[in-house]
Design a protein around this ligand. Sequence first.
Ligand code: PEP
Length: 235
Amino acid sequence: MKIIAGNWKMNGNSEILDDMISAIDELHTENRVILCVSYTMLQGGNATVMIGAQNISKYDSGAHTGEISGAMVAATGANATLVGHSECRESLGDKNSDVALRAQKAIENDLLPIICVGETAAERDIGLTHKIIENGVRESVPENASDGTFIIAYEPRWAIGAGITPTYEQIKEAHKIIRETLQDMGFDEIPILYGASVTSDNSGEIMSLENVDGVLVGGASLKKDDFIPIIKSAK
Ligand code: PEP
């Protein structure tokens, strides 16, 4: 079973979401789909499609205007959330320690956190890729995590939304680092997703790579014509 997650970013509406869920249901896929949508579209999912948020607060409540707590997201029926997405790391200034606090709140509220890690172009250029990925995992996974309670998404920040993908060798290398780091931390059953410029042209091949348990799809998750073939490409 593969996991195909979509990040709708600030796009879509409830009507488009319902239509997408119906189209996915018709596939009768054995794979798991997670759609991470804006807060106004959050709802309960079904056996195939899980609905998630795109971020949650590291606080439970209080004077945090514009934020939403894990409990609030869970109350909608949603079951997951992204944390540490590169766009949030950039706009909110999140460090790994902040991401870990958000992931901790997700787990406390029975939400499945998809913890995003990945290097920038500048970090790759100066040879920091391994360190950034390993530290991203070690420092962003919260203390209350146990096997099966979270997902890691490797998202090379230089490739997100850029229409460029790393080579398959680079993806394999990054996922191996993540797998080994997780094992060293005592986690043997954590899915690792690849994300950044996934399309139906490359999704099947990417999902067949070692240590790639699925994909996190941005732009190509918005339209049925793009997303359904990606789900179908999961073997
Ligand atoms: C993302 O936003 O998580 C992402 C992977 O975007 P894209 O697929 O558009 O590169």
